[in-house]
Every structure is written in C-alpha cells, then in structure tokens.
Design a protein around this ligand. Sequence first.
Ligand code: SF4
Length: 217
Amino acid sequence: MLSKKQTKAAIETMGELFPEAECELIHRNSFELLIAVVLSAQCTDVLVNKVTASLFETYRTPEDFISVSLEQVQSDIRSIGLYRNKAKNIQGLSHELIEKYDSQVPHDRQALEALPGVGRKTANVVLSVAFNEPAIAVDTHVERVSKRLGICRWKDSVRQVEETLMDKLDEDMWSDAHHRMIFFGRYHCKSRQPNCPNCPLLPSCREGKKRLKEAAS
Ligand code: SF4
C-alpha cells in the first residue's frame, strides 16, 4: 500500500501531467452544475455537455424545469442514459429547491444528499466545485486509479476509498486530487488500456508492475 508521502507524491505527479485538470462539466452556476452532475451518472461528460448546451438555454431555473411536463424533460435529455429516471429526479429536486431553499442550491451536504437523485458523489462535486469546500468525489476513475496504485485495497468500497484518500491527503489537496485523478484515469490510466510503459508512477504502482511482468513473460 502507498504511504501518505507516496500518495501525495503521486497526486503531485498527476498535477504535473495534467496541470489543467478541473471539472469538465460546463456550467454557469451551482444549479447548472447540480443538473449536469445528476445527468452525468453512467454517462460521459462530453455527452452531457452536448445536451446541456441547448438544455440550459431552455431551462435556467428550477421553476423552468417544473413548468413543463415530465415527458417534455425526458424528451429534452433523451440522448442521455437513464433519461427517464434522471428527468424525474430533476423535476423532483427542482420542486424541493423551490419549496425549501428559495430556488437556490443548498450549501450543505445533508440538504444536498436529501435531494432526489443526489448521492454522496454528486454532493461532493457540488460542494467542491460550486462552493470551494474540501471534498473528494469518488467516481469510476478515482476508484480505479486509487486501487491500481495501491492507495487503497482492491476490496474497498467507494466510501472506504474516499475515507482513505481523505486520510492520506491534506485537506487542502482534496479538491485538486479529485480532478487530477479523474484526468489521470480518463486520459492516461484508462480502464482498458492503461499506459503503463510510459507512466511516471510505474515504479510505485503494483498494477503497472504486474501488467508489465505479465506482458514480458
Ligand atoms: Fe495506471 Fe499503469 Fe500508471 Fe499504474 S503504471 S498508474 S496501472 S498507467
């Protein structure tokens, strides 16, 4: 397992590889970010951005999303996976924002996680990106990279991965670490074809060393 020092060094290296790492979901405010993150579940940011480019011209506020039928919202996001459920959640959370939070996105984890379709990962992204709060959202890339490198154990749950990262990294690194690990997982340590031969983290990566050994035998 990587020590705290090695984990920090790995995140620094990812920052050198991807100094521009940041949230790739295009948004103008916390409400648009919340909707984009809800849409992004099991879907690429590229596709979400394609859909929200026109969606956010029509729907700018929670009131806009509930002023039309559910079928209309479904139709407007139908190129996105799980669109039926996502449309239902978007209307549900819009209702809640209007009724409980004066149509604003609450700056509060518990309140965010109580919204329809909003889990811990979505809340973490909103807290970190919209409100600049220290948080690490563990998505598929963060989980894969953490496990391959040996920052955490293979059998760890998503919540355990998050807790291990929070333990091994200083709080002021959490948000940057989240974005760097996503970029690193998305563009370098890819799910199917990680670029191990050209990886600066290879010397300390258990998965990379195993893969190269297998390839050589
Ligand atoms: Fe990923 Fe391979 Fe680099 Fe390890 S050595 S972090 S598996 S690309």
